[in-house]
Structures are given as structure tokens and as C-alpha cells.
Write a protein that binds this ligand. Structure first.
Ligand code: ATP
Ligand code: MG
Length: 137
């Protein structure tokens, strides 16, 4: 059994899609084992996306991620990292397959509705960035 880290990004929260996205997680067989809403500071967003800090889109990404509340969660299931990436769809929503979360809820490449860890190692790091051990059930 594997864990992955997920974010419902500000554009998806703003369009009242939290419940719909949680339903998709549960229908796909994930257990939601930790969850909370927060509004990131610039410092928190820059720290979370530190691997991208030299990329041309970094400033827009941080501005977007701090533009409103987000919901963060830990999802547990078989092969959770890859299955969650499949459920999200391609990073660029123009390439996201029909039926994926980004096809349904993204507004742009930056405002692409959801985040998911890209490997088991990054999942562990990202979970620890947002959750204390006693916040995971
Ligand atoms: P995430 O990490 O959010 O799950 P990802 O792993 O599919 O997405 P990354 O390459 O890690 O994609 O990029 C992180 C985020 O930065 C993307 O989700 C997107 O919001 C933004 N981003 C990435 N590439 C671009 C780009 N070329 N133009 C604009 N925004 C981008
Ligand atoms: Mg990524």
C-alpha cells in the first residue's frame, strides 16, 4: 500500500469543486487519510515548489498558489502515486485526456486544478511538508 500527496489548487476551490474532486478520489478507491484547508504564504509556496525556482513559470506559479485557499490531502491505495497521476491527467490541460481531473477542472497550464506527487520519495517529502505524523489517520 502506498501514499501520495494531493492539492486541490485555488482555481478548483474557487469553482466549488472540492466535493466533486473528493468523490473522484473515493470512487477511484483511494482512502483520504489526512486533509486540511489552508491559504499558503509566498514563503510556503516557494518552499513547496523549490525544485522549480529557476523555471520561467515559477513566479506565476507562486502567485497563483497563494491567490486563495487550497485543500491538501494524503491519499492511500495500491500504486497510489501513479494511479493519482493518471486520475489528474497531463500537466498541460490542453493535453489532459477526457475524464481526468485536469480536463474537467483546469483553467490554464498554471491554474491546472490539482497537484500530485510524482514519485514515492517526493510524496514522503511533500506529506511531511504539510502534515505532522499525528495529523495522518
Ligand atoms: P504538479 O507538481 O502541480 O502536480 P506536475 O508534476 O504535472 O504538476 P510540474 O512540472 O511539477 O508538473 O510543474 C508544477 C506546476 O507548475 C504545474 O502543475 C503547473 O501548475 C506549473 N507549470 C509547469 N510547467 C508550466 C509551464 N510550462 N507553464 C506554466 N505553468 C507551468
Ligand atoms: Mg510536479
Amino acid at each position: 500500500i502506498e501514499r501520495t500527496f494531493s492539492i486541490i489548487k485555488p482555481n478548483a476551490v474557487a469553482k466549488n469543486a472540492i466535493g466533486a474532486i473528493y468523490s473522484r478520489f473515493e470512487a477511484a478507491g483511494f482512502k483520504i487519510i489526512a486533509a486540511k484547508m489552508l491559504h499558503l504564504s509566498r514563503e510556503q509556496a516557494e518552499g513547496f515548489y523549490a525544485e522549480h525556482k529557476e523555471r520561467p513559470f515559477f513566479n506565476d506559479l507562486v502567485t497563483f498558489m497563494t491567490s486563495g485557499p487550497i485543500v491538501v490531502q494524503v491519499l492511500e491505495g495500491e500504486n497510489a502515486v501513479l494511479r493519482h497521476r493518471d486520475l489528474m491527467g497531463a500537466t498541460n490541460p490542453a493535453n489532459a485526456l477526457a475524464g481526468t481531473l485536469r480536463a474537467d477542472y483546469a483553467d490554464s497550464f498554471t491554474a491546472n486544478a490539482v497537484h500530485g506527487s510524482d514519485a514515492v520519495e517526493s510524496a514522503a517529502r511533500e506529506i511531511a511538508y504539510f502534515f505532522a505524523d499525528d495529523e495522518i489517520c
